[in-house]
Design a protein around this ligand. Structure first.
Ligand SMILES: O=C(O)CCC(=O)C(=O)O
Ligand SMILES: [Fe+2]
Length: 312
């Protein structure tokens, strides 16, 4: 599998919106999202001051806190709180944080984990989230351009990235071998677009369209960008939401910092006119409310939720 890798920057400057280079890139980004549902994005610019290293130092300190301390992070919201799972010889822990840019979720976590709080931890996480959230808008605008949609659909994609939820993940090989070998954590993301930053310890796999799991070797200084179910539905199923999972082997701990850009709950997701027609692309999704879709998913846990909920 040849995976597309994009670089939006040249000599420290981001490719200029509307330029020839931008248009060419937009087409390729759209094509990668259609064919694979994910791609790599070079992050040398975002990481120019070593912010990824700083981020993982902070995450390591967090995950190495006593288990009793981590378990104190309980948030009565889906996808939040501290969680531990085991599957296929992999031990997995995660912290879910509600919109880190518009809420105080990072501070809440830091204040619970460290008696004096942890301003450095908070700054690092918020800084990275902001940069990753900004780059997600560029990608979404490129998709609008790649389809040749009118500029008025820019507001669709702006609405689809109103929130920046975050997950901090840690994985290692389950040394006690107590993990359930049969279940895997394969899933599609339910949000709009996911941007993932990893600490160069591999483990990510993507399900190819032909049904085989492919190990993804993420190049150094690259994010992984993954299409979510909401963007797939908005695109009338033309973009592919890649099913993915993490399986560990080896001694090193894998850390990932994941930004899930998503609409606000009240947002209506509707296929743009230009993406549906009577012949080649008949309408596949009815308009739906994002919050209702998420409630449906939370209550059913059906990984095919978007098609069941909004498919025609
Ligand atoms: O940690 C990874 O590589 C994947 C994380 C992921 O898929 C998720 O948190 O939804
Ligand atoms: Fe995911």
């Amino acid at each position: 599998m040849m995976i597309s890798c994009f670089d939006f920057w040249k000599d420290g400057m981001m490719v200029e919106e509307g330029s020839e280079e931008w248009k060419e890139m937009s087409m390729k980004v759209k094509e990668a999202c259609e064919s694979d549902g994910f791609f790599f994005l070079r992050c040398d610019e975002i990481n120019s001051k070593g912010s990824c290293k700083e981020l993982f130092k902070n995450m390591k300190a967090l995950f190495h806190l006593p288990q009793e301390t981590k378990q104190q992070y309980i948030i009565p919201k889906p996808f939040n709180s501290f969680n531990v799972h085991k599957f296929m010889n992999t031990h997995y822990e995660s912290f879910g944080l509600d919109d880190v840019l518009l809420s105080t979720s990072v501070d809440t976590l830091a204040n619970l984990m460290w008696p004096q709080g942890n301003p450095h931890f908070c700054e690092t996480l918020k800084g990275m989230s902001l940069k990753m959230s900004e780059v997600s808008l560029v990608i979404l605008k490129m998709i609008v351009d790649g389809y040749g949609l009118s500029q008025h659909h820019i507001s669709d994609v702006e609405n689809m990235k109103s929130c920046s939820h975050v997950r901090l993940n840690m994985y290692n090989t389950d040394k006690n071998n107590t993990a359930n070998k049969d279940t895997s954590n394969g899933h599609t993301d339910k949000n709009t677009l996911t941007i993932l930053c990893e600490n160069e310890v591999q483990g990510l796999q993507v399900l190819s369209k032909t049904g085989t799991w492919v190990e993804i070797l993420v190049p150094q200084n690259c994010f992984v960008v993954i299409v979510g179910d909401t963007l797939k539905a908005w695109s009338n199923g033309r973009l592919h939401a890649a099913t993915h999972r993490v399986i560990m082997s080896g001694e090193k701990e894998r850390y990932t910092f994941v930004v899930f850009v998503a609409p606000k709950e009240e947002t209506k997701i509707e296929v743009p006119r230009g993406l549906a027609d009577d012949k080649v692309h008949p309408l596949r999704y009815r308009p739906f409310n994002f919050g209702e879709f998420i409630s449906h998913f939370v209550s059913t846990r059906n990984d095919n939720a978007v098609d069941v909920f909004a498919g025609l």
